[in-house]
Design a protein around this ligand. Structure first.
Ligand code: UDP
Length: 496
């Protein structure tokens, strides 16, 4: 089982719908009453199950590394599609002794679009449960029992499997605690008439979940910011399933820290922050990237003046049409500053050479484009001055951990909420809004960069936040204590 060769678990077909009987609410087990695996002389072994998206695989891989440091072995389960990408992007060797990469099918045909989150959600629910059961059983038969299961909350329904197979169940939430609290408040939102039974906002208005929490636009509820109406309904129903299944979980940990979301942690004490996770910073340990990192940008950054570089990166989903892509290129050029721009192979819908005519030649030397960067290392580099970001939660945490200023350009899902945290609550960034034609124009990019970089008050706030973030994960810090409590509990075995 613990060979280094990544394994596949693809020989199982599941024709059965999952979750038809998800009605029992399981009361949290009393951790201290359980037998200790340490007493039994068996190493803790966690099955880690991310939702199949880049922003979920990366933080769960980092959590796996943390668990390995605490004596765990890990079976890390990707979908076959993502497993192949992760393995292809690995640029290092021989450091995976305690993390076994395995894969299960995602229920979609080879050529189907994995960015269609409605189809993906349906495929996973249909295919994964039996495959996971088989994986857990086979591991046991091989004398290598899996002892606990750490499931991405976005597929919390999989916790039913942990319960069925007698594994200690825990959930990991890779976004803001505020977002999870919002999802868990759906019954209340429905009863108050803020949303209808299908999750559609009954009217567009600003809305606050509780005192001190960031204002949200009802049009930006996450389930309404993903795909078409059909996708939105599928995602909404999956959230309802997850809300029920999360009750099984003994822990719900998240990649955040106390001070940045204090009101929500006070009102939802079961959500435990263990962040910020320092994703992608461990030498010779894989971060779980889907694309190979272009590390040549690090030596380029070494040559740039202190705090001068605009780092522009829009995560793994954002897509620009040709017009917006070109306007962005011209905006970066117009700043007159050095910039590092992540141009993912699928960042634009435009075919062929999408750059404005002559752009590459004009910015040569000053502008650097890469297909995928070692982002966290980039953000930690002293020459980076600001982060032009889509505000994915991982990017947000990575920026905060490094005290960088944000220029916010959200694309979908929870990114509008994250923008609100950055600009309205923590006050470490500015919004980059489109004009009446729906385009963010080059002149606006230039002027907002100037405004941002000239704001000394904002910079001091960002540096304070960076200190607070690091205090949390240092020995004795609040997140570090939460992680230790989680680890201790996961090390104990369920009663057989
Ligand atoms: N990332 C990276 N290199 C890049 C762009 C992104 O390593 O060039 C990483 C980034 O550090 C983050 C993740 O990909 O950990 C993206 O997650 P996020 O939540 O920010 O956005 P999403 O991709 O989910 O929209």
């Amino acid at each position: 089982m613990w060979n280094k060769k990544p394994a596949k678990v693809s020989n199982c077909l599941n024709k059965r719908p999952f979750h038809s009987d998800l009605s029992t609410i399981y009361v949290m087990a009393e951790v201290h009453n359980c037998d200790s695996r340490a007493d039994m002389g068996v190493l803790p072994h966690a099955l880690v199950l991310p939702y199949p998206a880049q922003g979920h695989v990366i933080p769960l891989m980092e959590l796996s590394h943390c668990l390995v440091d605490h004596g765990f072995r890990i079976t890390f389960v990707n979908t076959e599609f993502n497993h192949d990408r992760v393995v292809a992007a690995l640029q290092i060797d021989g450091t995976m002794e305690q993390i076994n990469l395995v894969s299960v099918p995602d229920g979609l045909d080879q050529e189907e679009d994995r960015n269609d989150l409605g189809r993906l959600t349906e495929g996973l629910m249909k295919t994964m449960p039996l495959c996971l059961e088989e994986l857990i059983r086979k591991s046991s038969e091989a004398g290598d029992r899996i002892t606990c299961m750490i499931v991405d909350e976005s597929i919390a329904w999989a916790l039913e499997i942990a319960k069925k197979m007698g594994l200690r169940p825990a959930a990991f939430w890779p976004a803001s605690a505020q977002l999870l609290a919002t999802l868990l408040s759906i019954p209340e939102l429905t009863s108050k008439g803020v949303i209808d039974a299908d999750g559609a906002a009954t009217r567009q208005e600003m809305f606050q979940l509780g005192p001190g929490m960031p204002p949200m636009n009802t049009a930006h509820f996450v389930w309404n910011c993903i795909g078409d109406r059909r996708t939105q309904c599928t995602v909404f129903n999956c959230i309802l399933d997850n809300n029920r299944a999360i009750e099984i979980s003994e822990f719900v940990i998240c990649n955040s820290f106390k001070e940045i979301e204090e009101p929500v942690f006070a009102s939802a004490p079961r959500i435990l922050p263990v962040g910020p996770l320092l994703t992608g910073l461990r030498p010779r340990r894989p971060a779980g990237h889907f694309w190979p990192e272009d590390t040549t940008c690090m030596s380029w950054l070494d040559e740039q003046p202190l705090s001068s570089v605009i780092y522009a990166s829009f995560g793994s989903f954002t897509i620009f049409d040709r017009r917006q892509f070109q306007e962005l290129a011209l905006g970066l050029e117009a700043t007159g500053r050095p910039f590092l721009w992540v141009v993912r192979p699928d960042l634009t819908t435009a075919s062929g050479d999408a750059y404005p005519p002559g752009f590459e030649a004009r910015v040569a030397g000053r502008g650097r484009m890469v297909a995928w960067s070692p982002q966290h290392r980039v953000l930690a580099h002293p020459s980076v001055g600001c982060f032009l970001s889509h505000c994915g939660w991982n990017s947000t945490m990575e920026g905060i951990s490094n005290g960088v200023l944000f220029l916010c350009w959200p694309y979908f899902a929870d990114q509008f909420l994250n923008q609100s945290f950055i600009c309205d609550v923590w006050k470490v960034g500015l919004r980059l809004m489109p004009d009446e034609s729906g385009i963010v124009k080059q002149e606006r990019i230039k002027s907002k960069v100037e405004e941002l970089l000239g704001d000394e008050e904002m910079r001091s706030k960002a540096l304070l936040l960076k200190d607070t973030a690091h205090r949390n994960i240092s020995r004795g810090g609040s997140s570090s204590q939460n992680l230790q409590a989680f680890v201790d509990a996961m090390k104990t075995s369920t009663k057989d």
